[in-house]
Unconditional design. Structure first.
Ligand code: ADP
Length: 189
């Protein structure tokens, strides 16, 4: 039932978290190919394996059973798990993807999200909700924090590979400060 195991070369557990729209799925696919690791898309996995406690009718989403989620990955030695709850899963490397809120907004609108869901996620990125959660209770010894704004998926994947090899990758991001004091790159507004 599980994806085929890798060819026994690398033992590596990578988790990739971030606000919806930051590019988790896209970059994960690139990395899974490059590293030959099985890829778990958590939004799908949580439904398929019923790793939830209930369904939130108002928010139209499952309430994740984080203990069950952790248990699912407990015995697995090599994987990439991506999703906005990935930071609950113990791993060797946790990647936090960030993206300028204006860009999050554009991408989620394109995806056809409701206005309410767009606003909720844009605010969440602005306030660094997921990043703060991930940094406050680290489930991984190594954390890469990447500002994906203006970077291609290939460039982001390359940074992650460098991070895995040992380079420190921790971009300075403060969207609130940008909003108050102006961005260095105001053209995109
Ligand atoms: P997530 O999994 O975090 O919700 P996706 O990988 O689904 O994000 O990407 C959301 C949208 O943004 C998709 O349309 C995707 O093609 C696009 N996208 C992802 N990464 C980038 C990038 N680095 N630059 C430009 N567009 C991107």
């Amino acid at each position: 039932k599980n994806p085929p195991s890798p060819r026994g070369r690398v033992k590596l557990r990578i988790t990739i978290t971030g606000t919806p729209g930051t590019g988790k799925t896209t970059v994960s696919k690139l990395l899974a190919q490059r590293l030959e690791l099985p890829l778990y898309e958590l939004s799908k996995l949580i439904k398929e394996e019923k790793l939830y406690t209930s369904y939130d009718e108002k928010r139209n989403s499952y309430v994740v059973d984080t203990d069950a989620l952790r248990r699912f990955f407990e015995e697995k030695e090599s994987f990439i798990a991506e999703g906005m709850v990935a930071h609950y899963i113990p791993s060797d490397v946790l990647v936090i993807l960030r993206l300028k809120p204006e860009e999050v907004k554009k991408r989620l609108k394109m995806r056809g999200y409701s206005e309410e869901k767009v606003v909720e996620n844009v605010e969440s990125e602005k306030l660094a909700v997921i990043a703060t959660e991930a940094l406050d209770s680290p489930a991984s010894p190594k954390i890469l924090h990447i500002d994906t704004t203006g970077r291609t998926p290939e460039e982001v994947a390359e940074l992650i590979l460098e991070g895995i090899k040992g380079k420190e990758i921790f971009d300075d991001v403060d969207w609130l400060e940008d909003e108050i004091f102006g961005s260095e790159n105001p053209d995109i507004y």
